[in-house]
Design a protein. Structure first.
Length: 79
């Protein structure tokens, strides 16, 4: 399968998968900020972009509701 996401989006998707696997819950936006060392608007924009592209599903206004819609086998390894 050809990746439906960019090189920048792949690590974010894998981070979501890793957090769900390790902590049994989705990451918060602050987790993205800390791990990727980005600003709050940058983390939020990436989450919105992933949702708009149909790569994740989320419920705005509810914490930690991100669901990955991409097969984990299609994700690049998290570094």
């Amino acid at each position: 399968m050809t990746a439906r996401f960019t090189d920048r989006q792949g690590p974010y998707l894998d981070f979501i998968h890793a957090c769900r696997k390790l902590h049994r819950r989705a990451p918060a936006e602050t987790d993205f900020q800390a791990y990727f060392r980005v600003t709050p608007p940058t983390a939020h924009l990436m989450i919105v972009t992933l949702a708009d592209r149909g790569l994740i599903e989320r419920r705005p206004g509810e914490a930690r509701t991100i669901t990955l819609l991409v097969s984990p086998e299609d994700l690049p390894p998290l570094r």
